[in-house]
Design a protein around this ligand. Structure first.
Ligand code: ADP
Ligand code: MG
Length: 193
């Protein structure tokens, strides 16, 4: 699948709806293993993304992805803001020469790993981005695969981010950033159909 300007706008609108509808749930997930702000952080960031699309009217894919990145970096705060921001910035950079969704998501994943130092199995959003990158590359991304990747974070012990302070006590809780990343890719699958 190729990412386009039109698809990106629809994708972000749909993601914003999911974040807004689930912001209390995301902050609740962040309470036992974090500081309880993930839903509010993401909701603030996505509201800024939609406002920026409205006021700046990006004319091409690269500008749109850059605008998403900048809005998230400046408004989300916490760990997730710079990490989501880096993901969209890497997609923006590559999108000037390559619009293939698998390549874009893979570049984003590399950016998240480099920026946050997390690997697969560390109970972070990397666990969802990695599964999605592989599935897109293989051409078989489904909603079930995304959901499975999100659920798999429950039994992991956090090695990065705030949840890692809890060590073994982080086991048994879903990772909030993986849940929000799950919404991101469910939103993409819905608009890409
Ligand atoms: P904060 O932890 O600063 O309060 P948020 O609550 O908004 O930020 O986001 C927490 C999420 O960020 C975690 O659930 C996890 O998925 C992700 N995260 C935290 N640290 C890292 C990291 N080093 N690498 C990748 N993802 C991370
Ligand atoms: Mg938090």
């Amino acid at each position: 699948m190729e990412l386009t300007l039109d698809l990106t706008k629809k994708w972000m609108e749909n993601f914003n709806q999911k974040i807004d509808a689930n912001k209390a749930y995301l902050s609740d997930l962040d309470t036992p293993i974090g500081d309880g702000d993930h839903g509010n952080n993401m909701a603030r960031g996505m509201a800024a993304v939609l406002e920026a699309f409205d006021s700046k009217q990006p004319a091409d894919l690269t500008s749109a992805l850059k605008l998403v990145a900048m809005s998230l970096i400046s408004k989300v705060g916490g760990a997730a803001g710079p990490l989501y921001g880096t993901a969209f910035l890497e997609m923006a950079k590559l999108s000037a020469s390559n619009q293939d969704l698998a390549a874009l998501v893979t570049a984003a994943l590399e950016g998240i790993k480099k920026r946050g130092g997390a690997n697969e199995g560390d109970k972070t959003m990397v666990d969802v981005w990695s599964v999605v990158s592989q599935a897109l590359t293989a051409g078989d991304l489904t909603a079930d695969k995304v959901e499975e990747a999100v659920q798999a974070t429950k039994d992991m012990e956090a090695k990065k981010g705030r949840a890692s302070y809890l060590g073994e006590r982080s086991v048994g809780h879903l990772d909030p950033g993986s849940v929000s990343s799950g919404y991101l890719f469910q939103a993409l699958l819905e608009v890409g159909e």
